[in-house]
Design a protein around this ligand. Structure first.
Ligand code: EPZ
Length: 430
């Protein structure tokens, strides 16, 4: 991963994008951000080495590595090689606040710490400003497993000397809560049932790695997970699952620009709903063993409703919205997962998009010509969607705050350039 000024506040780089070039060629993807970070946290569950492969070269990974090192974990991260070797011989419970506050995934250390050392103390996590992002479901579940929660104001401490199994029904199939309760339960006394559990492919990847470490988990991929606690877990070598959100982003960029792109190292079954919607919009999608070919000639309006997996992923909503600005007709996009994930719309309107918001529905009229503008990269996905809009806009688009994009997309600019895009990373004052 090339050295970039990705830290917020540093003299920033920006992306400069010029529209008009259909994307063509092949892009090969690494592992999923939203799995890799949790697999790294799961290393806290064993005193044996955990060797992870296909670790994406994204900015959140070194932050998670720093956080785990702060907990006493030996971490050897080879970003270029895409591997990470971790060993938590004797982790302690108090997480370094600075690293915790920089990423949302830091909260994923809570469950494994409670499972392994029966105690955890950490600040509230950082992450994208796309909603309230509470953690009460995590805490309610841990309380049901015998934990007590101490609020220190800027940090929470969870003590679970007598961590035991419990029957937990989640109000909402939260990804983070499911992961934390799962990782506490694998070393708890007795059986835990998580009802209305999240079943995203990244959760399934975590479950399968835990089973490879000796955990006893039934119902992987189903709405109910049943976990029989065990004494200890072993080490493992594991390959991170492909990044379906990165794949969906490139697929939509190809369709948006009227291009023809092959995406390698992708599992089509992880993208069922987005592919249904792309095909409904008139996009040609060919599925290969571990690749997808996406080719577009014209786009039709479709309605999209974001929901927990296997529904349409909220992490592809901004990208799909950009695509729908170029579709013939009126599309309705409904956001059901994060209450403020339409903050991106103002950015699109600056480029001339016709989007009307009505509560958690957005009405998108198209096709409307977009023109270049200066956009703020609000968060990981909105940032990538802004760059996509620049690929079809008339003139030049500048994307600021690109540290957000670096957090979730490895080598975004070189990969798009390899597909023919006119995009470059330049200093803001260049
Ligand atoms: C994960 O966030 C992902 N992040 C998000 O991806 C993704 O959008 C989200 O899952 C949904 O798929 C990581 O894995 C690091 P949730 P998470 O708990 O775990 C509410 C990206 O772009 N909720 O499923 O935070 C919450 O406020 C990021 O890569 C509570 O109210 O998601 C939200 O509205 C963005 N209380 C909804 O549930 C709780 O205790 C879904 O949250 C927990 C969640």
């Amino acid at each position: 991963m090339a050295s970039h000024s990705t830290t917020p506040g540093a003299a920033a780089d920006v992306f400069r994008v010029r529209g008009g070039t259909p994307l063509r060629g092949t892009v090969s993807l690494a592992g999923a951000k939203n799995s890799a970070l949790k697999l790294m946290a799961a290393s806290l569950l064993t005193d044996e080495p955990v060797e992870l492969e296909q670790i994406p070269a994204i900015a959140d990974v070194p932050v998670m590595a720093e956080l785990l090192a702060g907990l006493g974990v030996e971490v050897a991260l080879d970003s270029d090689g895409g591997t990470c070797r971790l060993r938590a011989a004797d982790p302690h419970f108090h997480a370094p606040a600075a690293a915790v506050r920089r990423i949302r995934a830091s909260i994923s250390c809570l469950g494994p710490l409670v499972g392994r050392v029966r105690r955890a103390r950490l600040a509230l996590p950082g992450g994208d400003q796309i909603g309230a992002r509470g953690i009460e479901l995590h805490l309610q579940g841990l309380t049901a497993m015998g934990a007590s929660i101490i609020d220190h104001g800027d940090e929470l401490e969870i003590i679970a000397t007598d961590l035991h199994g419990a029957i937990i029904t989640l109000d909402f199939p939260s990804v983070g809560a499911t992961e934390n309760l799962l990782m506490a339960a694998v070393l708890a006394d007795g059986t835990t049932v998580i009802d209305n559990a999240a079943r995203e492919p990244e959760i399934q990847d975590l479950c399968r790695m835990l089973v490879a470490m000796g955990a006893n988990i039934q119902g992987i991929g189903a709405p109910t997970l049943e976990i029989e606690g065990v004494e200890r877990l072993t080490g493992v070598r594991w390959e991170t699952c492909p990044d379906r959100i990165e794949a969906g982003t490139y697929a939509m960029a190809a369709a948006l620009t009227g291009g023809d792109v092959v995406i390698e190292r992708v599992r089509a079954q992880d993208l069922t709903m987005p592919l249904i919607k792309l095909r409904a919009a008139g996009v040609m999608v060919e599925e290969g063993g571990s690749s997808l070919r996406v080719k577009a000639a014209g786009l039709d309006a479709v309605d999209v409703v974001t929901l927990p997996y296997p529904g349409f992923p909220t992490d592809l909503q901004p990208q799909m919205m950009v695509l729908l600005t170029q579709a013939v007709g009126t599309s309705r996009c409904t956001e059901n997962v994060f209450e403020s994930r339409f903050s991106f719309v103002d950015q699109l309107r600056r480029m001339g998009a016709d989007v009307q918001i009505d509560g958690h529905h957005a009405m998108i009229r198209g096709p409307v010509p977009l023109h270049g503008a200066t956009l703020a990269g609000l968060d990981v996905r909105a940032g990538a969607a802004g760059a996509m809009a620049g690929l079809v806009a008339d003139g030049e688009t500048i994307i600021e705050d690109i540290h957000h994009i670096d957090r979730g997309y490895a080598d975004f600019v070189p990969r798009l350039q390899a597909l023919g895009a006119d995009i470059e990373r330049v200093r803001a004052d260049a």
